[in-house]
Design a protein around this ligand. Structure first.
Ligand SMILES: Nc1ncnc2c1ncn2[C@@H]1O[C@H](COP(=O)(O)OP(=O)(O)OP(=O)(O)O)[C@@H](O)[C@H]1O
Length: 487
């Protein structure tokens, strides 16, 4: 519906925009990105016909925009400009009603019931009905932004052009506005072209992105294609790290600040930080550790400073173990937002732990183990779950890649299974060698300081430390558990 072919132009003299070509189809949400001064607003002004392009062509539904009258263009296209100081004393309602200008007909331009219906709808959509009789200057920046969006929507355009629409909006209204626009594109075929400074919002909402660099196209692609670490670093001259959004299949870019919290680089996680009580084992780190873990709370990927393995009775049965564990942590002075919590029914005095170190690597492994619940993971579970859990903590004084974290979990799990095999721990139901218990948890936590360690598989020194320490400590902990003798 919108076609740009080799468009150049600006404000006289050297063109700001140079040789831009792209086509947008109806219902597309198209984002324009680029650093300050890269020409985003200038390009938008050319598309809206506010300034002429010096070469190339801009076509709307196969007609060059030059051939549209102002009123005819306003029926097809609406513009939400960057918010500037508005001195007028129009009311909100009057301001939004101006958006119906292109649809008014006849000499007297009477206000019709259709105009009223549209006015009502767009004021509801943008949540401004409540202050429709106030003047614009009485409103906050975000409220004004919504009024001008309502005015643009009142035009009932096919194409909506927006210059940083979320500027001035709080978090909830940013989401509401973009959700509304997305819905309009999907349900009513509205085409949206919008400038974004926030790469992550652009990624979440846009179908495609154009990245401008000094007035020229650097990339035009899906968010995944445009938001690459190297391209963004090159164009914006700043370091970013790309990560997947946790819920939506879209990339998110994280800034890497130069000055982060300063930590003592010599911090080593080790025995002095472990505290074993009858009720819980806790390890408190002086620095946040990057963790990958399973557990009752704080599990997943995160940054944590406290690690708690809590003893619960054999018959512990709770409909909300996470909530109950969080209450327990709070009552005992732990910061729930920075704690990984696990549970076990075994006696904590039987925990096994050791520090493994050489010149380059040091890891601290802590294991609690009961095997009354031992399972062969290749066999189905039919028996009622009995007491017995193996909880493994591996603290690594090193800087791990994501891949190394995953390999560390694999290596530790393999070593645990080997420990069970060595001790001939069997699945009570099938009689086969057990590979773990049905309620095991694992934690790998790293200081993320020092040289980057790319891998932690069994071929690496780190992997061998993990394997050997988990194997040794698992066996030690199992042997200390009274249930072991009964096997
Ligand atoms: N009215 C104008 N007259 C002359 N030059 C202008 C005018 N408006 C913008 N420019 C110049 O055009 C270039 C691109 O400006 P533009 O506003 O399009 O960039 P932008 O990418 O939208 O920037 P920002 O992210 O800061 O909003 C800049 O060098 C700017 O100085």
């Amino acid at each position: 519906m919108l076609n740009l072919e080799q468009v150049s132009g600006g404000y006289g003299g050297e063109p700001v925009i140079q040789d831009i070509s792209f086509s947008i189809s109806q219902g597309e949400f198209f984002g324009i990105l680029g650093p300050n001064g890269s020409g985003k607003t200038t390009l938008l002004k050319m598309i809206s016909g506010l300034i002429p392009n010096s070469s190339g062509s801009i076509q709307l539904n196969h007609t060059n925009i030059r051939y549209f009258s102002r009123k005819a263009l306003a029926k097809k296209m609406a513009v939400l400009p960057q918010l500037t100081a508005h001195a007028f004393s129009y009311t909100v309602r009057e301001t939004v009603a101006l958006g119906r200008y292109a649809h008014r007909q006849g000499f007297f331009q009477t206000w019709t019931s259709e105009d009223e219906r549209v006015l009502h709808t767009v004021m509801e959509q943008t949540n401004i009905t409540a202050f429709q009789h106030q003047t614009i200057q009485e409103l906050s920046g975000g409220e004004q932004q919504r009024v001008f969006l309502a005015q643009a929507l009142a035009q009932e355009p096919d194409l909506l052009l927006l210059d940083e629409p979320t500027n001035h909006l709080d978090l909830a209204y940013q989401k509401d506005l973009l959700d509304l626009l997305k819905k309009e594109t999907k349900q009513d075929g509205l085409t949206v072209v919008s400038i974004f400074h926030d790469l992550n919002l652009a990624s979440l909402y846009c179908d495609r992105l154009l990245l401008l660099d000094d007035g020229r196209e650097r990339a035009i692609h899906s968010p995944d294609g445009v938001l690459t670490e190297s391209l963004i670093k090159d164009v914006y001259k700043t370091n970013v790290r790309k990560y997947p959004h946790p819920v939506v299949a879209k990339p998110q870019m994280h800034l890497l600040p130069d000055a982060t919290e300063t930590h003592d680089r010599s911090t080593l996680i080790g025995p002095s930080m472990l505290n074993i009580q009858p009720e819980h084992i806790a390890l408190t780190s002086p620095i946040p550790l990057r963790t990958l873990s399973s557990g009752v709370c704080g599990a997943g990927i995160g940054w944590n400073t406290q690690f708690v393995n809590r003893h619960v009775p054999n018959d512990y049965d709770c409909s909300d173990p996470t909530g109950e564990m969080q209450d327990y942590l709070e009552k005992n002075g732990f910061d729930v937002s920075r704690t990984v919590g696990m549970m076990t029914a075994v006696e904590l005095k039987n925990a096994a732990y050791s520090l493994w170190e050489n010149d380059q690597i040091s890891i601290y492994t802590v294991v609690t183990a009961g095997t009354g619940n031992a399972k062969d993971s290749t066999q189905p579970v039919a028996q009622p779950i009995r007491q017995g859990t193996i909880n493994i903590w591996v603290f690594i004084n090193g800087h791990l890649t994501d891949e190394a974290f995953i390999q560390a979990i694999m290596t530790a799990t393999e070593a645990k299974a080997q420990g069970l095999r060595e001790l001939d721990i069997r699945d009570r139901q099938t009689g086969t060698i057990a590979t773990g218990t049905s309620t095991d948890s694992i934690l790998v936590a790293a200081t993320q300081q020092g040289e980057l360690v790319p891998y932690a598989g069994t071929a690496t020194e780190l992997g061998q430390f993990i394997g050997q320490s988990v194997y040794a400590e698992t066996k030690k902990a199992i042997k200390r558990d009274p249930a072991y003798k009964g096997q």
